[in-house]
Design a protein around this ligand. Sequence first.
Ligand code: SF4
Length: 410
Amino acid sequence: MAERLKTTKDISKFMADYYYELDEASKSGKRKIAWCTSVGPAEILRSLGFLTYFPETHAAMLGTSRMAANLISSANAIGYSPDICSYLTADIGSCLQGLTPLTKAFPGIEGVPRADVLVYNTNQCRDVQDWFSWHAKRLNAPLLGLETHRNIAKVSAAHVSSIAAQMENMVEPLEHIAGRKLDLDELKNRVALTRQCSDLWEKCLQTAAATPSPLTFFDATTIMGPAVAGRGTRAAIDVYRLLLEELNERIEKGEGAIEGEERHRLYWDGMPVWGRLSMHSKLFAGLGASVIASTYCSSWIFNAMDPARPFESMAKAYTELFIVRSDDYKEKYIREKLEFFKCDGIIYHDSKTCPNNSNCRYGMPQRLQLETGIPALIINGDLNDLRLISDEQTKTNVEAFIEQLEEAKA
Ligand code: SF4
């Protein structure tokens, strides 16, 4: 494999600082902690002084550490179906069994932080609501939520104003929990910081358009922590400045993210298979294929954020996300990405327990292939539940797909 990005070390330090700060606050009780969904209104929470914990990043760690499969059954036993989100079932299982990868990754941390409040946004799916409700009952903590419109073709003023109003209605109960009033200037500052972080993250991901690409989707999944957990903070901006510099250096030197010739450039749609990142990375790279871009990693790009209009712009940014949109919009979005990143193939991950982020079940791959002539492969699997994955089948299908791309190239 090609050399690891040096900035990975800085990003690991960022994540360690992030978790140790939460842990210290959790133990000392000196700071309030809010649990937030990964595309929830973190800026409001931060501007009220909350430290912000994202259960989805924890659930992804349960996947990468391959602990998830042994934990999911505990959630199944209390009534959460094996067919629903395996972030939810793994995370609830982790809580029921008292096991977390945080203890190994960050010595001294004994568990996930306590919660003073839990805040969700259904823009990604309804599962987050059930997931957060379970924790809220267990922790006897208040639960607040935004109910987002779904399947949106065009984000209208009515969509934005209804979500902005829901956000504004959250402020009073949050102020009560935080024990302080919202400072509008601080909210604007947090929105500005998120926008800067998002712009840098977008530029980092866009470097993958270079040939050879300096970045793969698999690398991006391991360095996206600050874009999710650190938005609204200065530290996330600092670390992505370093990353962008390093990626641009790679481009100047003509260094690709995979060793050897980059014969094929692929786009990934859907969730990663967290417990198989390294295996998939090696599988594709070994066949001369670089998986260079994805819808998933781009989900934390928020171009609409505007400090001059904090509530409206947050409402717009969190509603115009890919996952919230209609199939027509999604097809147009992917078509543009295939062109921008100069891809000659597309992989759809049909993630068994996440229909919300699997876009291959209603004819989209076939329609897009007809329109673009770019071949598609559907991989059946799951984000966290490795019992739903056949490694042999994946390998055989990927090899056959790359062979097909080779023939087309010849
Ligand atoms: S989008 Fe998918 S993976 Fe994420 S919380 Fe919802 S169901 Fe789970």
